[in-house]
Write a protein that binds this ligand. Structure first.
Ligand code: PLP
Length: 398
């Protein structure tokens, strides 16, 4: 890079940043001064946390912290290598066996994140131009990127529209291999994919089914077993993508599915072969999370009680919470600038709930996405509702 002076070389960067600021889409990244929980410290202030994916409060649960400490003592801090060379520890195998059992799948493979778990699978299942992928138009960015890694033809079907999926499957009927991909719970709206109908259609057309259950694990199904359990579809979904970073409270991702498929991905998946393994404390804490959920699910019940109450009261106050069927509660506001201002006013009242705008959601559909958790008390929810009511009236939203 020679020639143009530095100031001109980066003019495009400054222009884009200016444009983001002017349109209310500039993302201020908050920084927490302590552990994740119902209350957190942001910019030196203790505020009520209404926007983390820590659904069950596991991110700072003493049982997970103890497991992580024990793993530190027994296995050290770093894996030291990629899984396929010298980075696989006994702990990884233990986690994978427990995850498979929890999800009602034959086998599982853990990876560094849910994002990478998508990249690990899609381009190895459908590879060539003769293959076809059928994907919901609102699927998560990590699915979109995974689809970009394959040469397969893309058929993008209308959101949660099984009829449109059927039409697209007929259009692509001559493809060599077919893969249907959907989010289980859609993270920005909180609606649930019609997985029963999707699986019927996929079976009818000889397609494989993949569901990304990042927001379903720990939330849907018996004891938080996820969307496959919710619909009673065990054995009929070829593979599920999971994350350890949301309800499980840690960080990481996994694939759960047929044994042959997991064996194949161990040989093929590039995030497994070319990027180092999850650390021992992460793996041990994740094992503790799976064990807690396998043993009951009181946290899951508390999560739903909180979510049902909060959503009902928000509706009574006159807020539009969209099409949610889960603890994810979008408060629809429209313009990005309004959503940003709303979030700032909530913060001044001690409630942390970030606004979300384009490109995470479509233009004109900016919102504040409230995440209910099991960690919130009844008083916490009252405080949040009072703040929403006051700011909603002040901003003319309700
Ligand atoms: C959050 C999310 C991911 C990414 O999971 P990480 O473990 O944070 O990388 C993937 N897919 C969906 C649908 C998600 O909501």
């Amino acid at each position: 890079m020679s020639g143009a002076p530095v100031t001109e070389r980066y003019a495009f960067v400054r222009d884009e940043l200016d444009r983001l600021r002017e349109s209310g889409l500039y993302n201020e990244v908050p920084s927490l001064g302590g552990p994740q929980g119902a209350w957190i410290e942001v910019d030196g202030r203790r505020v009520l946390n209404m926007c983390s994916n820590n659904y069950l409060g596991f991110a700072n649960d003493p049982r997970l912290l103890d497991a992580a400490r024990r793993a530190l003592a027994d296995f050290g801090i770093g894996p030291g290598a990629v899984r396929s060379i010298a980075g696989t520890m006994d702990l990884h195998g233990e986690l994978e066996r427990k995850l498979a059992e929890f999800k009602g799948a034959e086998a599982a493979l853990s990876l560094q994140s849910g994002f990478l778990a998508n990249q690990a699978t899609v381009p190895n299942i459908v590879t060539q131009r003769e293959d076809a992928v059928f994907t919901d138009e609102l699927n998560h960015a990590s699915i979109i990127d995974a689809v970009r890694l394959t040469k397969a033809q893309r058929f993008i079907y209308k959101h949660n529209d099984a009829d449109d999926l059927g039409a697209k499957l007929r259009e692509g009927k001559d493809a060599r291999r077919k893969l249907v991909i959907t989010d289980g719970v859609f993270s920005m709206d909180g609606d649930i994919a019609p997985l029963d109908r999707i699986v019927d259609l996929a079976e009818e057309h000889g397609a494989l089914t993949m569901v990304d259950d990042a927001h379903g694990e720990g939330v849907l199904g018996e004891g938080g077993r996820g969307i496959v359990n919710h619909f009673g579809l065990e054995g009929r979904v070829d593979f599920e993508i999971g994350t350890l970073s949301k309800a499980f409270g840690v960080v990481g991702g996994f694939i759960a599915g047929k044994r042959d498929l997991i064996e194949y991905l161990v040989q093929k998946a590039r995030p497994f072969l070319f990027s180092s393994a999850l650390t021992p404390p992460d793996v041990a804490a994740s094992i503790a999370a799976v064990e807690i959920l396998s043993g009951g699910g009181d946290e899951v019940k508390r999560l739903w009680r909180n979510a049902d109450h909060f959503k009902k009261e928000m509706g009574r106050l006159g807020f539009d919470t969209g099409v949610t069927e889960t603890p994810i509660t979008p408060v629809m506001l429209g313009e990005a600038a309004l959503a940003q201002g709303f979030s700032r006013r909530l913060f001044e009242r001690g409630v942390f709930a970030k606004s979300i705008g384009f490109p995470t959601v479509p233009k004109g559909k900016a919102r504040i996405r409230v995440m209910n958790t099991a960690a919130h008390s009844a008083e916490d929810l009252e405080l949040a509702l009072e703040a929403f009511e006051a700011v909603g009236k002040e901003q003319g939203v309700i």
